[in-house]
Design a protein around this ligand. Structure first.
Ligand SMILES: [Zn+2]
Length: 70
């Protein structure tokens, strides 16, 4: 698999996922991904995407519950 930006060969590694939504900021360190050794671009594989979605879903549920409690 090659980097979209610089065409270097991607390597397995860990990266940080960040997103801001639904009134919170999420930052997950050490998420398995394909990482470009040249420019640092990273690409999440399907397993990581599913894992991230699961984390976000449970966060959303927790946030909903918290707001309802207010
Ligand atoms: Zn690259």
């Amino acid at each position: 698999m090659k980097c979209f930006h610089c065409q270097a060969k991607l390597q397995r590694g860990l990266t940080t996922f960040t997103d801001s939504k639904n009134g919170y900021v999420i930052m997950l360190h050490d998420v398995p991904a394909w990482v470009c050794p040249q420019c640092g671009e990273s690409l999440f594989d399907n397993a990581s995407v599913r894992g991230i979605q699961e984390v976000v879903r449970s966060l959303d549920e927790g946030v909903e519950k918290l707001r309802r409690a207010a």
